[in-house]
Every structure is written in C-alpha cells, then in structure tokens.
Design a protein around this ligand. Structure first.
Ligand code: ASP
Length: 364
C-alpha cells in the first residue's frame, strides 16, 4: 500500500496538476464535469463528487486505507475512522493515540472527534486515558448516545462499556522524552538530567526539550457522495493535565456539512479554539471560496486575532503555526498554514494517493 502511495507522491505530473488546478481540482481528475463553486446555494441532497480522501501529512497510509474501504461501498465515516486508526495504533507516531507524548504528569490523554455529513451528527471524546482508538469511541458517542462530547473518566467508562480494554499507552520512547522534558525544564528544580558528578552547572548542559504539536485529520467523500470527517490526537505534548485542545471540539478541530464540504486542522489548538476555524472554512466554502482560499481566510483570521505579546514575532505576526485541510462537495481539495511554503497534505482518489501543496499566509 505504501509503495503505491509513494509512486503517486513522486509523480510530478500529479503534483503539478493539483497545484495548478483551482476550480476544477479533483473533479477533473475523476473525469466529472467541473462545477462552479459559487453555485452552491440552498441546502440540497448530497451532490458531492467523489470518492476523495484528504488528511494531514502524517496520513499517507490512512488516505489509502480510507479509499480502499470507500471503494468497497462503505460510508465515509467508517472509512476515515479506519484510516486514522493506523496512526492511532502506531507506536512511532508521538502525536496521536498509542505512543503519543503524555501530559506534564506523564499520562497520555487523548482527544478525538468525528462528524457525519448525512445525519449532521457529531461525537467526540476529550482527555480520555488508556484507550488506544479514541476516534472509534468518538464514533460510538455519535452512534450510540444522544450526546456529542464525553470527557475523562466518563469517556473511558463508556469505552469499557463497549468492550474496549484499558491499556498503557505510554511507550518507552514517549516516557523517555517526557523524563527528558521534565529534567531539562528548569535548572532550578530537583530533577537532574544525566550529568557528570563533577559538573557544577547542570542546567547549562542541555537544551530544553521543546513541546510539540501533532494530530491527524481526515475527511472523505464516499461513493454515495456523502462527506464525513475525523480528527484525533494526543494533543500538545506535556500539556497541563486536563487540557482540551481543538481536535475534539466540533467547529474547531473539524466540521462537515454534507451539502458544502468539510475542514479540519492541526497545529496550535488554542488559536483554533478561539476562532472556530473549521466551521469558518466550511461557511466560507458555502459562500463560494475554494477550499484553499477558505483555509487561507482562516489563517488570516487567526493572525488578525492574535494580539498578546508572547504569541507574536517582532513583526506582529503569530509566532506559531496552524494547518487547515478542506474539501468541498465538488471534490476539490485545498489547504493552508500560517507559516509555510513547503508544507503538503495527503490525499487519495480512485487512482491512488498523492500530495497537495499547502498554501501559506507567511513564508520565512
Ligand atoms: N491541534 C492539536 C492540539 O492543539 C495538536 C496538533 O495538531 O499539533 O491539541
């Protein structure tokens, strides 16, 4: 499966096609007549052009998996959840599911959300511990409860009720990174990183371990033209216990409207939470923006709303990054990030996987 994707990724003609296309996008790839984006008006029955799957860059296998499932006739929601499960169970991905970096106390707390276009329903879990596949639990919240969001212990108990085991999600790799973060956090506390007993200034020996973000978002249009989305993450590494990021918040980490399209995010969740960017992107597409233009609009909105000193660079621009990924009901795809120039995201259609350039609000 990986091989097939790599072939696609390195195909210059595919990359060029995606970069150069604006209105017709993937619809043209699929041999369907291009539609005018601005023609999307009143709510209608699904008229989406599929199948198509998009995800953040870490989902190159996920988009292929989701597409395979869609080709078998499955609903887009089942497909995107199965796709991101590959990353949730991957011990080497330190930003999602099993193997994700823990909170400041060394406990892995996961966030995930799903949204199902045909029913307009959503489900999510936040700060869930010990459950390897939070996206599956978010889907269960959607399908087997009359709620939208379950958090913490309640979310875990709900998962156990449905037969999911509570497991230790902290891998040795993640534990060691957490210990190193703790020991290099301050040279004025009692935690000491490895050092020579003769060393007088232990703190100056090490660069602090930087906290980092990471998440997978995946959206798809299935053979019936229905749209669904999922976002799943271990969130900000070494976060304050109990911190909820943007990923499990409907409208922030993802949003999906069967008549219009879907959007999702990765990056600094707090900025997205304060701007509900995924909802904003879908609404911009409803008004006629292409997916890429809508994602850039959301980046600009965040930049405009970032006003506190510690989040601004010397030129008054955000000193953090956020990425957005979107598709519309016409099958066009696009994405953008605040800081970039070289970023890409993963996608797959009936012909296989490929990469798409992320537009950038600012480049260095
Ligand atoms: N958006 C996620 C969060 O803030 C993290 C990420 O995507 O890197 O929890």
């Amino acid at each position: 499966m990986k091989k097939e994707f790599k072939t696609r990724m390195t195909s210059p003609s595919r990359r060029d096609f995606i970069r150069k296309s604006s209105l017709v996008g993937v619809a043209a790839t699929l041999g369907t007549a291009p539609r005018v984006v601005g023609a999307v008006t009143a709510p209608q029955k699904p008229k989406s052009v599929g199948p198509i799957v998009i995800s953040s860059r870490n989902g190159s296998d996920s988009v292929l998996k989701a597409m395979e499932i869609i080709q078998s006739g499955a609903d887009a929601l089942d497909a995107v959840v199965a796709g991101v499960n590959l990353v949730e169970e991957d011990p080497n991905d330190t930003s999602v599911g099993y193997g994700g970096l823990p909170n400041a106390d060394g406990i892995v707390q996961l966030d995930a959300a799903v949204m199902h276009g045909p029913t307009g329903r959503a489900g999510s879990v936040a700060c869930i511990e010990g459950i390897k596949y939070p996206s599956k639990i978010a889907q269960l919240v959607l399908e087997r409860t009359d709620h939208v969001n379950l958090v913490g212990k309640g979310a875990q108990e709900f998962a156990v009720m449905h037969g999911y085991p509570v497991e230790n999600l902290l891998t040795e790799k993640a534990r060691k990174l957490w210990v190193r973060w703790r020991e290099t956090l301050s040279s004025k506390d009692e935690y000491l990183p490895p050092h020579d007993p003769s060393e007088k200034d232990i703190g100056s020996l090490y660069d602090p371990v930087k906290r980092h973000w990471g998440t997978i978002h995946c959206s798809a249009i299935d053979l019936a033209g229905n749209i669904s989305s999922v976002t799943t993450t271990s969130g900000l590494a070494f976060k304050i216990p109990g911190r909820v990021g943007d990923s499990p918040i409907i409208g922030a980490g993802l949003y999906c409207d069967n008549e219009v399209g879907a959007a999702g995010s990765t990056g600094r969740g707090e900025a997205n939470l304060e701007n509900l960017a995924s909802f904003l992107i879908v609404e911009r597409m409803r008004e006629g923006d292409t997916p890429e233009a809508a994602c850039l609009y959301a980046c600009q909105r965040i930049a405009d709303h970032t006003r506190v000193g510690h989040l601004l660079d010397d030129n008054g621009r955000p000193n953090f990054n956020v990425q957005f990924y979107a598709l519309n009901a016409q099958g066009e795809v696009g994405g953008a990030e605040i800081w970039g120039g070289k970023g890409k995201f993963a996608a797959a259609n009936a012909d296989g996987g490929f990469l798409v350039d992320l537009a950038a609000l600012y480049t260095r």
